[in-house]
Design a protein around this ligand. Structure first.
Ligand code: TYD
Ligand code: MG
Length: 463
């Protein structure tokens, strides 16, 4: 008997090597290489037939066929997808266990089948009974939704050929396996092979395939990064498991914008769309009367979102002060603290600083800088920012406030929610079409601090 051929494969990035290494040379992760058995090289690649069909063609002779999209009937989901599911595409939905991936996909399947689409829901993790119970809870009644508890890829393919569905849902990619690979389900080789196979099925047969991917504790899709490279669209389903709302965020989309976010609320009968998310994030704010809390207008994709940022500043009991940032980039917070010290003269060297974004929202754009700075400064000086003020602006290292994009949209959203004042970068100018809200233009950080504190407040140039 010939010796089994094995390879060591990094479970994080898919790097392959013949022998064991403690650290992956590609992604520098320690202990991520796992030995996997490879099939004999005589095996015909699964995609050989498909590849043979392809011939090079001249760019100007290629006829543009417009992608056909089908609406999921969930407008938040459609928006994240760039206007609905594209026929013949492969979509990956990734998220923590228990966040609601199976729920949203079952709900989507139910709505799609109500619209006359044929759906095959492959459940590799749950039994038909469990799915039926969930469907009853979600009140899904339909005639063209097939549930198939199966983990074997070849058997799944057979059913796809028999049923000829419009959409196939595979829940999850880590739980299915192909018999062509000797390694176990969930290994890099299996995930890669199964995903490749599903991709070809999608393209060859013009079926939309949605796969579920689990996320590791570090927030990456379990298994290789290569999975993200292979698929057309990667959507993360995030949120605080202990709170009711969930965010659907596209991080890669070959058919649309990647900065869109869809917001849902998990209730007793499944997920419902949140059409006015700012209201949801601000519902507790009006009662807040403590210093260190400000509202910023961030921009998520094409939609502005108002969120609350809180800071807590206090004398440290430790030899070196603590800095904690939740929902905003840690190094960004350190940079803002440095600007506050140097350009405003706020001494924080003996102070612990905690910054938190309410509602588990992750803010990555620099337009939140000014909000963070004001939350810290007002908390440090124990003064309040007027609760009807929204704060927008990026901070440069010399303490200047830099312009942000989509200023008009942000202000309009704030105005819609009853805000009376907006502090914006001077560089943005006063946007046209904005009326009925007081606009304060700030050139430097100190101007913004002076402007947002009430006349008798202790903050100001004296800081
Ligand atoms: P699920 O879709 O099974 O998560 P995933 O597939 O991402 O692992 O969702 C499980 C959670 O959702 C579970 O904690 C119960 C909750 N849930 C509701 O609150 N309401 C509902 O109607 C449903 C179906 C689930
Ligand atoms: Mg699930």
């Amino acid at each position: 008997m010939s010796k089994l051929k094995t390879k060591w494969i990094c479970q994080e990035c898919g790097y392959e090597t013949a022998g064991y290494l403690g650290k992956c040379p590609e992604c520098s992760t320690w202990g991520s290489l796992v030995e996997e058995i490879q099939q004999s090289s005589s095996r015909k690649p699964v995609n050989a037939d498909f590849l043979n069909l392809q011939k090079p063609s001249l760019l100007n002779e290629i006829e543009l066929s417009k992608e056909i999209r089908m609406s999921t009937n969930i407008s938040e989901f459609d928006r994240v997808l760039g206007g609905g599911l594209v026929q013949g595409s492969l979509v990956l939905i990734a998220g923590d266990p228990g966040i609601g991936k199976s729920t949203i996909l079952l709900q989507t399947s139910g709505l799609l089948s109500k619209n006359g689409k044929k759906i095959l829901y492959v459940s590799a993790e749950e039994s038909s009974n469990q799915i039926k119970l969930r469907a009853d809870r979600l009140n899904i009644k339909t005639e063209s939704l097939y549930i198939y508890p199966q983990t074997n890829l070849e058997l799944i393919k057979k059913e796809i050929d028999d049923i000829k569905p419009d959409v196939v849902v595979v829940d999850s990619i880590q739980a299915i396996y192909t018999q062509n690979m000797p390694s176990s389900a969930g290994s890099v080789s299996q995930i890669r092979e199964c995903c490749n196979f599903l991709m070809q099925t999608a393209k060859n047969e013009n079926i939309t395939v949605i796969v579920v991917g689990h996320v590791t504790k570090d927030g990456n899709i379990a298994g290789p990064k290569v999975l993200e490279h292979m698929v057309d669209t990667v959507i993360y389903f995030e949120g605080d498991k202990y709170k009711s709302y969930r965010l659907l965020r596209a991080v890669k989309n070959r058919f649309g914008n990647t900065s869109e976010v869809g917001i849902f609320e998990m209730g007793a009968s499944g997920l419902t769309e949140v059409l006015n998310p700012s209201e949801l994030f601000l519902n507790e704010h009006s009662e807040i009367t403590t210093p260190g809390s400000v509202i910023i207008a961030t921009n998520e994709g094409t939609r502005p979102l108002l969120v609350e940022i809180q800071a807590l500043v206090g004398t440290t009991p430790y030899p070196s002060p603590r800095r904690v940032a939740n929902g905003v980039d840690f190094s960004r917070v350190l940079q803002i603290l440095a600007v506050l010290e140097k350009r405003v003269g706020l001494n924080l060297s003996k102070q612990d600083v905690y910054v938190n974004v309410i509602g588990g929202v992750e803010i990555s754009e620099p337009a939140a800088d000014l909000g963070i700075a004001l939350a810290v400064a007002t908390c440090a000086r124990d003064v309040m920012v007027d609760t009807h003020t929204v704060i927008i602006g990026e901070i440069g290292l010399s303490g200047e406030i830099r312009a942000v994009n989509n200023i008009e949209k942000r202000i309009t959203e704030a105005q819609k929610l009853g805000f009376k004042k907006a502090i914006i970068p001077n560089a943005n100018g006063i946007p046209a079409n904005i009326k009925g809200i007081e606009i304060i233009k700030a050139k430097r950080l100190i101007d913004a601090i002076t402007a947002c504190v009430s006349k008798d407040g202790r903050l100001g140039k004296k800081l």
